[in-house]
Design a protein around this ligand. Structure first.
Ligand code: ADP
Ligand code: MG
Length: 417
């Protein structure tokens, strides 16, 4: 057992060296300290690093004298660090992402001409951000003086609002309308932000007219983006719209092997297959499962085996694998408000029926992958604009009305149970 008082001293002298390619380098005073930490604290550090990053991370203790800063620094684009692991080399191609991957590569080979804009969409954890980072890194490699802007849509909106407040809109426009490659992640964030949509529209036009490459990602198809101006939706469809689907079993196996190899972890084939069968929802979960198994193995000193994997994932998967469907949502809402499904599907517009109906739409929109049309279909054949309107209204109420906020929280808890 470590003496906490003595150990504390060791920790005070540590510094983070670098974090590249899934390896966290921790700088320590000398070789002796490095050896001591490796023997006594490696598992704790590995587990903590995995927990904080949500990724499989290996930890290396490097004596200060040997730290010559040789580790490759991650590439920065206008202050935003590109993830060193998110490259084309580390991206596993399968049926679900083949088109998206090929179109990203094509964009790097001939920016601004082949597919403009390129619009990637797919649900969470399927590799959209990974591909966007890869496009930026590859373009920077091919054309070192390329002017690139890469940011999340949220960041774009925040910077725009900041520019309005500081009276620097002109500079903002100069910055974003004069680039060679504009990459914006998660454009669903533009929904219901009218002023930012307007600015985005003009930025888009300026870049497009100058044949500059635009790459966008979202969690749904352009036409399903709630409350997005039609002129933006139609522009998003001008180039290529590529959907990313769930990975197949074989792709999941290949990804697990790649992620483990990148970290220098050995993993038996039967364990890889076990995880690939157990975790089907998305790749972030897949990586999370691998991290959990390794963390347990490291902290208990047990070998990575089928038994250990089953133990680690058994409970976890029961919860995360359960897909929420509209029926669950409707069931929870009808119970909670004591209304009938036929009422929700009827034309009744009294508040006691309309509000639960709108909450159903809102919850279905945020907790499932169904399109607006599908959601409307389940609730009495309402069209997509009605669903869109309901979602916007409840989203607003969630922010301003404490009771609605609490009701939504309780409903979400019941639905996820
Ligand atoms: P999204 O932006 O679609 O929510 P991310 O790009 O953040 O998803 O991907 C989640 C995790 O899954 C990342 O660690 C990423 O590297 C990994 N990942 C996704 N797709 C692949 C793939 N095809 N090959 C390798 N890793 C992948
Ligand atoms: Mg993302």
């Amino acid at each position: 057992m470590l003496d906490p008082v003595n150990t504390r001293k060791w920790f005070d002298d540590l510094a983070v060296g670098s974090f590249n390619g899934g390896v966290l380098e921790v700088i320590c005073p000398d070789q002796a300290a490095g050896d001591f930490l490796k023997d006594n604290c490696l598992n704790n550090f590995t587990r903590a690093a995995g927990q904080i990053t949500g990724h499989l991370v290996s930890v290396k203790f490097v004596p200060r004298s040997q730290n010559n800063g040789s580790s490759a620094q991650s590439l920065k684009i206008n202050g935003i660090k590109l993830h060193p692991d998110y490259t084309f080399d580390t991206f596993v191609v399968g049926p679900g992402n083949r088109l998206a991957h090929a179109s990203c590569v094509a964009v790097c080979n001939s920016p601004g001409t082949t597919y403009n804009p390129l619009f990637l969409y797919g649900s969470v954890g399927l590799g959209k951000t990974h591909l966007l980072h890869a496009i930026c890194a590859e373009t920077k490699k091919n054309i070192s003086d390329a002017r690139i802007q890469f940011l999340s849509c949220e960041e774009f909106v925040n910077r725009f609002i900041g520019a309005i407040e500081q009276g620097t809109v002109h500079e903002f426009q100069n910055t974003y309308r004069n680039v060679d490659l504009m990459v914006i992640d998660d454009v669903q964030f533009l929904s219901e932000r009218e002023h930012s949509q307007e600015e985005f529209f003009h930025t888009f036009n300026a870049l497009y007219n100058n044949r500059k490459q635009i790459v966008l990602s979202a969690d749904c198809a352009p036409s399903d983006l709630a409350s997005l101006e039609e002129r933006l939706v139609s522009r998003f469809k001008w180039g290529l719209v590529a959907r990313i689907d769930q990975p197949t079993f074989e792709t999941r196996i290949a990804i697990l092997k790649k992620k483990a190899a990148m970290r220098g972890f050995e993993i038996p084939d039967d364990v890889v297959e076990y995880i690939a069968k157990a975790v089907t929802s998305n790749i972030r979960e897949l990586e999370g499962a691998l991290t959990t198994i390794y963390a347990i193995s490291k902290s208990t000193g047990r070998e990575v085996s089928l038994d250990l994997a089953a133990e680690a994932l058994g409970k976890h998967n029961e919860i995360t694998q359960r897909q929420i469907n509209i029926t669950d949502i409707i069931g929870a809402v009808t119970d909670f408000f004591n209304v009938r499904l036929t009422d929700l599907q009827s034309k009744k517009r009294s508040q006691s029926i309309a509000l639960p109906r709108q909450m159903c739409m809102y919850l279905a929109r945020s907790l499932t992958r169904h399109s607006l049309e599908e959601i409307g279909g389940h609730l009495g054949g309402r069209d997509h604009t009605t669903v869109m309107h309901a979602c916007a209204k409840i989203a607003e109420l969630e922010k301003t009305d404490e009771q609605i906020h609490a009701q939504l929280e309780e409903l979400t808890r019941r639905i996820k149970k």
